[in-house]
Design a protein around this ligand. Structure first.
Ligand SMILES: Cc1cc2nc3c(=O)[nH]c(=O)nc-3n(C[C@H](O)[C@H](O)[C@H](O)COP(=O)(O)OP(=O)(O)OC[C@H]3O[C@@H](n4cnc5c(N)ncnc54)[C@H](O)[C@@H]3O)c2cc1C
Length: 426
């Protein structure tokens, strides 16, 4: 089979690949985007049925296209996938669906890469990896696989009916865990929710969505997590029209909160004694944002309605005052453990020296140490917003710039330049 050549090859056509293609197209860089499934496949089939975007439609989008309908609404997951399909169609993104990149290697003795794909070999001067920030579901090794309880990851959860009858322990209280626990509780399940350290911004404050507040306060743009908050998940939700995640409220609605899941033996799970600490830390994060918002309103003389009630917390629930430290799964009727414990990256296809000893991508704002190879869409690639919809669009622009800069060097032609200079001197 003949080898195809292209200037830039983008791997993955989620939102990151679509954004990359838009910027490359604008700069006139010949490129192809490979997608092993369909455009925005993870929005379509990699999420639970009722998922809506965590940000309102006016915010969780690219600059070049608005969602149809109410900008304050939270688009459903399939609307998100449709949106990215429409976006790609709008500028004729050269996306090849159903083609998987299986190996990327440096070309010997010349610049560029050899990319093996499920549809043949492509040689490219540049390669952009846009394969996603959340790829392989991670389940911590706490409960053995053969324990008499169904275990699944939030990536495989679809709806309450999918789970065996009985109570559910949801482990992890970031956006996924908090939303799934709430959904199961509303569906009449007995739910235990294991809450670790988290941030929980207000859904709205003084009439503005938290996405707006993060924007005006410059918090989407911070280049690195604040010290001590590197692994803290954010609990935010657009479900039910968008509500602040308030764990005391979830407890008042029937969910039993427990601390971090620690260990398992003989059908009993034990939890750390950190529930109250984790919830109070979330409160601190929440209140700090209200303080920053108030200061911003005062400094800028904005006319936004005061909202003192946002500072009132519900009383601590019993499960927080006297938390369960152990749970006998059988006695409690727990038939399912749902792990909302995050994802790892998978670069099994990458045969380049661009990962560190822990398999983490090495890069500076997406520019890897291997000339011509770029990462896009990773958490904190350049800023807090990097793995989110609006942020990845801006990172893609930066990477397109870097590609264009290198293209201008590589097309430098000293003969032509000398001839031009000589003509000018005549
Ligand atoms: C539950 C959940 C809810 C989220 N909600 C929001 C939200 O509301 N707002 C927001 O801004 N962000 C949200 N995010 C974060 C982020 O926007 C999504 O994770 C988004 O899918 C990331 O887009 P991406 O293009 O970087 O990666 P992905 O969507 O993961 O796309 C990567 C693509 O690459 C393809 N691919 C992978 N490997 C190969 C290969 N070797 N060859 C060819 N193709 C390949 C995959 O099939 C996939 O289509 C959410 C994340 C999760 C997990």
């Amino acid at each position: 089979m003949p080898v195809e050549t292209i200037d830039t090859l983008v791997i993955g056509a989620g939102q990151a690949g679509v954004a990359m293609s838009e910027h490359l197209g604008r700069e006139g860089v010949p490129h192809i985007v490979l997608e092993k499934s369909r455009i925005a496949e993870r929005w379509r089939t990699g999420r639970w049925d009722s998922l809506v975007a965590n940000g309102p439609a006016w915010h969780d989008r690219f600059p070049g296209l608005e969602f149809d309908g109410d900008g304050e609404a939270f688009p459903a997951k399939d609307e998100m996938a449709d949106y990215f399909e429409r976006y790609a169609a709008k500028f004729g993104a050269p996306i090849r669906c159903g083609v998987e990149a299986t190996r990327v290697q440096r070309l010997e003795g010349r610049s560029g890469f050899r990319v093996e794909t499920s549809a043949g070999v492509i040689e490219a001067r540049n390669v952009v990896s846009a394969t996603g920030p959340f790829q392989t579901p991670v389940i911590p090794h706490v409960v053995p696989q053969d324990a008499p309880v169904t275990q699944l990851h939030s990536a495989d959860y679809r709806n309450p009916e999918q789970l065996p009858e009985g109570a559910v322990l949801v482990v992890g209280a970031g956006s996924s865990g908090a939303q799934i626990a709430d959904e199961l509780n509303r569906a009449g399940r007995k739910v235990y929710l294991s809450v670790g350290p988290h941030g929980r911004p207000p859904r709205t404050y003084r009439g503005r969505d938290y996405c707006w507040w993060l924007g005006v306060l410059g918090l989407w743009d911070i280049p690195a997590p604040a010290p001590g908050t590197e692994h803290v998940t954010i609990a935010v939700s657009g479900a039910q029209g968008g509500r602040t995640v308030e764990f005391r409220q979830l407890a008042a609605e029937g969910i039993t909160l427990v601390g971090r899941t620690e260990s398992y033996a003989d059908g009993r799970l034990s939890f750390e004694d950190d529930l109250a600490r984790n919830i109070r830390r979330g409160d601190t994060d929440y209140l700090a944002m209200l303080d920053q918002a108030d200061a911003y309103v005062t400094r800028n003389g904005l006319d936004l309605p005061e909202e003192p009630e946002a500072r009132q917390m519900l009383p601590d629930p019993d499960c927080m005052i006297d938390p369960l430290r152990e749970l006998d799964l059988d006695e409690a009727g727990v038939k399912t453990i749902l792990w909302a414990t995050g994802y790892a990256l998978d670069y099994g296809w990458l045969d380049l020296d661009v990962l560190d000893e822990n398999g983490r991508p090495q890069h500076e704002r997406g520019v890897s140490p291997e000339r011509g190879f770029y990462f896009l869409g990773l958490p904190w690639l350049s800023r807090r917003g990097s793995s989110f919809i609006w942020g990845v669009w801006h990172d893609a622009r930066y990477i397109a710039d870097q590609i264009v800069i290198q293209r201008s060097y590589s097309t430098y032609d000293d003969e032509a330049r000398r001839a031009t200079t000589a003509r000018a001197a005549e």
